[in-house]
Design a protein around this ligand. Structure first.
Ligand code: GLY
Length: 322
């Protein structure tokens, strides 16, 4: 293709994209179609911002070849829920839902992280909405992949926005793994043998499996190294983990980034270091137990969010722990 043909094609594409954005109105989402290290999504709050984002990707090449094709998507406003299903290629078994807290700071402020805490179940995703997610998201994905000769066996993790405007669940992202730290709260509530369920998935026998879940809820609060998600130091000593875990029988501390020094002491070795997890009759009880355990841990170089579960709790319940 000559450079003249290329510029004609580009200007036609720009015209179409801009026309489409104008029809959709703002806010609207402009995405680079390729992988852009998590940075290729621009939520444009005005049409001007949307036109600029399109120009920057298509004309200026701000994301290189990842932005040479773009996607214009509806802006979704609502609560984000993590929904999981175990899949053997022909049967999909829904797991329980969870909700995590991606921003580093209290009140959902600061940069995004892998997740600073989570709880399960996510009350915003009712049983009716779960059934709708299975019908409209999980099953079509599983069947579509099999039809394309790419049968999927494993965990499908759908990031769902329960849209404020309509109350409907919409898919915002897909992963093929458990979520972290959502997995920790799911494991606290799962009463069946996970290994048997995973084996059944591998053997194509999920149809014979039914999973038992505790009716209780669970919460995890992540303790991270000071500085995370930016640069942080490794090697600081963490004391009293055993004492913290003994406070309540339903407290479990998951290690995500710890190591042992030459004297057998726990030291930090990552950004997100510990998942302090508790199970209880409701989110309020989970919170009390998880934060009690955190109080018992002696790790001056660590930090955590103090408001995990805030969406599920009324403000006055929350402030008693601040
Ligand atoms: N907690 C979000 C994730 O695992 O992607």
């Amino acid at each position: 293709m000559t450079s003249l043909q290329q510029s004609i094609e580009l200007s036609q594409m720009l015209h179409l994209q801009n026309k489409y954005v104008k029809e959709q109105g703002a806010p609207v989402v402009v995405k680079a179609d390729g992988l852009a290290a998590g940075k290729g999504v621009i939520v444009a709050v005005s049409l001007e911002e949307a036109y600029e984002a399109i120009d920057s990707m298509l004309v200026e090449g701000s994301f290189g070849s990842a932005g040479s094709r773009i996607i214009i998507e509806e802006f979704l406003e609502g609560e984000e829920v993590s929904f999981f299903a175990l899949v053997d290629g022909e049967t999909a078994l829904p797991l329980e839902s969870a909700q995590d807290h991606k921003r580093v700071g209290n009140g959902d402020t600061g940069p995004n992280t892998g997740g600073m805490g989570a709880y399960s179940p996510a009350s915003v995703l009712t049983k009716e909405l779960e059934a709708l997610v299975m019908e409209s998201v999980i099953l079509p994905t599983m069947k579509g992949m099999a039809a394309e000769g790419c049968k999927f066996v494993g965990v499908l993790y759908a990031g769902i926005i329960v849209e404020k405007k309509t109350g409907f669940p919409k898919l915002i992202e897909y992963n093929v793994r458990f979520g972290d730290p959502e997995c920790q709260v799911l494991m606290m509530r799962l009463e069946s043998d996970l290994a048997q369920a995973l084996l059944a998935a591998c053997r194509g026998e999920l149809g014979k499996v039914s999973l038992e879940w505790s009716p209780e809820s669970a919460m995890v609060v992540v303790m991270a190294s000071e500085g995370y998600p930016g640069p942080y130091k490794r090697g600081s000593m963490i004391r009293n983990l055993e004492e913290a875990e003994l406070l309540w029988p339903t407290v479990k501390i998951f290690h995500a980034g710890t190591d042992l020094d030459s004297d057998g002491n726990f030291v930090s070795s990552g950004g997100r270091v510990l998942g302090i997890t508790a199970k209880g009759k409701d989110i309020k009880e989970d919170r009390e137990r998880a934060y009690d355990a955190i109080e018992a841990i002696n790790w001056p170089e660590g930090f955590f969010r103090r408001d995990i579960g805030w969406r599920a709790l009324s403000l006055d319940q929350l402030t008693s722990n601040l």
